[in-house]
Design a protein around this ligand. Structure first.
Ligand code: PGA
Length: 248
């Protein structure tokens, strides 16, 4: 059976003192839950967050990485550097990167290749916009985003896929548990068909306004293996309630 994973995406939020307070509150409460927990701070805080969490049950991930290895790429942070500073996972292809920073499927595949090459776990985000959903294109869009990457980089059991409908991110709107499960099943069946039995080990997270009030029902679905949590990961109380829901 796949264990649950709850990943907190802090996005561009926090500072040294607010991070320390949030991490202390989490360390006090994330002690014996079964779910795996990862916090993804801004890269500049990776070292301090990883150091702070060294003796805890909580792991650390990054929100993005360079599509290149080390070299003359001003401003870029490589997957190797993220591993060196404490990351075990990297979010790739978040819809904010696709839409605000114009990342293409090709960019995303290069990044996943770097993440896997550095021995880290990719958390590959896919998801449709509201317009695409209303046009009946949700499955086709998600499958084409997924297919592009798995046709370039070989899937292995460390991969995490995050289904994040764009219209549900930061909006307070969540896909119903049944709609989310339906999409997760489509994704897993596709992975099974194209990559074989490794599909049974790949975790598929749901993301988009996950909060304590909807987490339990989402986590009860057969193909929902946890959550990628944005806003609610900035509140220790809410994030712990979501971790608890994943652990029961
Ligand atoms: P949200 O963000 O939980 O604030 O909707 C999720 C995400 O962007 O990963």
């Amino acid at each position: 059976m796949r264990s649950k994973l709850v990943a907190g995406n802090w996005k561009s939020n926090g500072n040294l003192s607010s991070n320390a307070a949030l991490l202390q509150a989490l360390k006090d409460k994330v002690i014996s839950q079964n779910a795996e927990v990862i916090i993804c701070p801004p890269a500049v805080y990776m070292v301090s967050v990883a150091t702070d969490l060294e003796d805890s049950k909580i792991g650390v991930g990054a929100q993005n990485c360079s599509a290149y290895d080390a070299g003359a790429y001003t401003g870029e942070v490589t997957a190797e550097m993220l591993r060196d500073t404490g990351a075990s996972a990297v979010i790739v292809g978040h819809s904010e990167r696709r839409l605000i920073f114009s990342e293409s499927n090709a960019d995303i595949a290069h990044k996943v290749e770097r993440v896997v090459g550095a021995g880290l776990k990719p958390i590959l985000c896919i998801g449709e916009t509201l317009e695409e959903r209303e046009a009946g294109q949700a499955e086709a869009v998600c499958l084409s985003q997924l297919d592009y990457v798995i046709s370039k980089v070989q899937l292995n059991d460390s991969w995490v896929i995050a289904y994040e409908p764009v219209w549900a991110i930061g909006t307070g709107k969540t896909a119903s548990a049944a709609d989310a499960q339906a999409m997760h099943k489509v994704l897993r069946d596709y992975l099974q068909k194209t990559c074989g039995d490794v599909a049974g080990q790949v975790k598929i997270l749901y993301g988009g306004s996950v909060k304590p009030s909807n987490a339990k029902e989402l986590f009860e679905q057969a193909d929902i293996d946890g959550a990628l949590v944005g806003g609610a990961s900035l509140s220790a109380e809410d994030f712990v309630a979501i971790i608890d829901a994943a652990s029961n």
